[in-house]
Design a protein around this ligand. Sequence first.
Ligand code: NAD
Length: 496
Amino acid sequence: MQQGTDAAGQRIAGAARTPTGMLVGGEWRESREGARFPVLDPATGEVIATVADAGVEDAADAMDAAAAAFPRWSAASPRRRAALLHDVFTAVHDRAEEFAALVTLEMGKPLAESRAEVAYAADFLRWYSEEAVRLTGTFRTAPGGAARHLTLNRPVGPCLLVTPWNFPLAMITRKVAPALAAGCTVVLKPAEETPLSALLLARVMAEAGLPAGVVNVLSTSRPGPLVEAVLGDRRIRKLSFTGSTEVGRRLLALAAPGVLRTSMELGGNAPFVVFDDADVDAAVEGAVAAKLRNGGQSCVAANRFIVADSVAPRFVGGLAERLRAQVVGPGDDPRSTLGPLISQAQRDRAAGLVDDAVAHGAEPVVHYGEGAAGPGDAFLRPVLLDRVPPSAEIARKEIFGPAAAVYRFSTEEEGLALANDTRSGLVGYVYTRDLDRAVRAIEALECGMVGVNRGHVSDASAPFGGVKESGLGREGGEIGVQEYLETRYASIAAPA
Ligand code: NAD
């Protein structure tokens, strides 16, 4: 097997084991043009590896491979698909440290968070290995008695999976595991910032015995033309995308001519509502998790802290203390609690939102300019802004950085209305000790997910996804595999 490692690749922990070619039809190879592109360490800006740069011809090869593998894979027994997924789960679990080091190296988050991501990513493999043998249909007598209705599930066909950089491994297993459980084959296009975790996963899958062509991985620095080419291929039947709403909208348009099934996990603008009866200490704890996980670069990051007037001083004081205590530094330094953002551009974008809010009158309680500067360009120290005016850009945009923006309210209705004042609808968090109020909030919030007295909702066994401009479809849980299945119905004449 050709692996295309390069000298720079040696910097990777256990480096030699990470492939830097692309996987097409079971073969590791270079792109047809022979092009490569660099992968950078966000903590230093250094090149850590170069990887194959797939173009549209490679996309056609991957499509050929996924289409050729589909008949056999979709006909494989559920038990066989389950066993393979379980073997991949075991392998990822056994190699968790290697995966975690790689996630930190290419994405920047602290090692402890990378370990948590790897465990979360592995959970999808385990969950869908369990679901693979539980795909059921129905049988019923037609009400008139003249027929029998049989419904069964069929895999949709070859799928294109497009994933973001913020969770380089989990966003992939959350799609690949249900796709494979359903009997689909896939072309995976990981984010250009973080292709290495995807390639290592591909290696692990191949070593576990996954048949050639079932999973094809194309790293590319030119996602636009490549994705357009695959979506234009008549053999593709499904697009599953996780990324920004802006790109998602564009891909939905490209999926329209082929009338493709689509799953879209897009951006969020999560409200985090602290009511006047909340356990404020617990709310601060939840806020730290919901804000700082992944350095704030998460679609479910709390974007707007909507806090009742009467508890706002305690909440803001408690959160400020916790934000000031963060240790900003490289992800592989065990003292770091907050790593770099993915790039200097992302850091500047987040800092710009903070500056705009302050210019609009927000009160900076903790500012990124405080204390020692971070060790490099992509680092941003935590920020806490109080009394942010709704006219500031930060109220509408995903911050994607460690900046907390607080908005105050007085009545429950006002708090919930503020929470819903967004075109996004991924997750909302509410803190209250009143069960009736919690139920009212769960029902009123225009979100796909609600965290009640907790700042964390992700779980492989639960349906993750959004409403409004945050997306279509769900990942995880029993429902996640349905995204890769079509319902077929047969009408059978009643027996004579
Ligand atoms: P992005 O939209 O820029 O990129 C996502 C993917 O799309 C990458 O693989 C990228 O290469 C590809 N892409 C970019 N431009 C493209 C184009 N013109 N044509 C085809 N493909 C293209 O998003 P990002 O910056 O990588 O990720 C951050 C975004 O992802 C945030 O908005 C975040 O909220 C969202 N996200 C959502 C979820 C969710 O489950 N809802 C999870 C994680 C991230």
